[in-house]
Design a protein around this ligand. Structure first.
Ligand SMILES: C[S@@+](CC[C@H](N)C(=O)[O-])C[C@H]1O[C@@H](n2cnc3c(N)ncnc32)[C@H](O)[C@@H]1O
Length: 323
């Protein structure tokens, strides 16, 4: 089975009929009902302006994630994706609707299941026994998990599961597979992104797609140890409280990247969308290349030591053989 997505999306300019709403890409086969249920479209099909920012982020992410899903699908014909800090699961639902549902329908059509391509199964995207993958949403807020479960069930998105767990708890939870292919975390709060990285390392994920939120832990340790390290002129970089926060956030992502490289991932760091759409806009994409990077591991330890962050060695752990 080879899934070939239609490259060209149908673009409906201003589906809302409102000049202010701008253009929204509706992809072929995309569920309008889903967009309404996610409050991206209003009941009468107009674009909800409040949701526009989130939709823009999620669409941008989709463009980065879709080729990765294709790569996994080409190798394994089945993709396991875990989205951490899922919230209302905008990302999971859009990914499922645009990719997994389509892949299921194509798989079913190719397998010759009667009615699969044109029948009820194709209409909902669900064809019994022909799931090309699974999307798991991990979220600590029970009410959001329940709402997502209800929505998935209403839309017949049977290849989606939502678990009321913290990222840390999900590491050992039996409802999740021992190996997953893709891990995503879009604005997962504070250290949840670090936990998502630890999860992905444990589950040997081929790809990670991370858009970190603010992380306060590193800034807190920098603040605590300020007095100790003041003889180093570089500590001027984080002397003022605002700089401590911003520098702490920057260093956190630098440490994450070194950690990923140390574990054998190639890392790309870029912007998700324009800064006018989100202040938390750094996109980290990690692809496993099987080459644990000794230099990155050494650099990570050096950065921790230089900044007085040695106590964070457990958070930004490297492979035992490189420690
Ligand atoms: C800023 S929201 C982002 C939601 C969603 N990813 C999005 O971009 O729309 C962060 C979500 O992560 C959840 N969260 C925070 N810490 C978490 C943790 N340790 N484990 C799982 N979920 C967590 C919060 O409840 C919240 O729903």
């Amino acid at each position: 089975m080879k899934y070939k997505p239609k490259k060209k999306a149908a673009s409906i300019d201003d589906p809302t009929g409102s000049a202010n709403a701008g253009a929204l890409d509706i992809k072929p086969g995309q569920s309008i009902e889903l967009l309404k249920q996610l409050h991206i479209l209003t009941r009468d099909g107009k674009l909800n302006l409040d949701s526009r920012r989130k939709l823009k982020q999620v669409y941008h992410l989709y463009h980065f994630i879709e080729p990765l899903l294709q790569q996994v699908l080409a190798q394994k014909q089945h993709v396991q994706l875990v989205d951490h800090g899922a919230g209302k699961s905008y990302l999971g639902f859009i990914l499922y609707d645009l990719f997994f549902k389509a892949a299921q329908t194509v798989a079913a059509a190719e397998s010759g299941v009667p009615g699969a391509a044109n029948g009820a199964g194709a209409a909902t995207g669900h064809v019994e026994g022909h799931v090309a993958g699974h999307v798991y949403g991990i979220e600590t807020r029970a009410e959001l998990v329940q709402k997502s479960q209800e929505l998935a069930s209403r839309l017949g998105f049977d290849g989606m599961s939502f678990l009321n767990l913290s990222v840390a708890e999900s590491m050992t939870h039996q409802a999740l597979p021992t190996q997953v292919d893709v891990v995503t975390a879009l604005h997962a709060c504070n250290t949840a992104t670090d936990d998502a990285i630890a999860f992905a390392l444990k589950k040997q994920a081929q790809f990670m797609v991370l858009v970190p939120c603010c992380q306060a832990e590193v800034a807190c340790v920098l603040r605590k140890n300020k007095g100790k390290a003041l003889c180093n002129p570089l500590t001027e970089i984080w002397r003022h409280p605002l700089h401590t926060r911003e520098f702490g956030s920057q260093v956190t992502n630098v440490l994450r990247c070194l950690q990923l490289e140390a574990h054998g991932y190639q890392v790309n760091v870029t912007e998700l969308v324009g800064w006018e759409h989100s202040m938390k806009n750094e996109l980290i994409i990690a692809s496993y290349n099987g080459k644990p990077n000794k230099r990155a591991a050494a650099r990570l330890q050096e950065v921790l030591a230089t900044l007085g962050l040695e106590e964070m060695g457990d958070r930004f752990f490297v492979p035992a053989e490189l420690a």
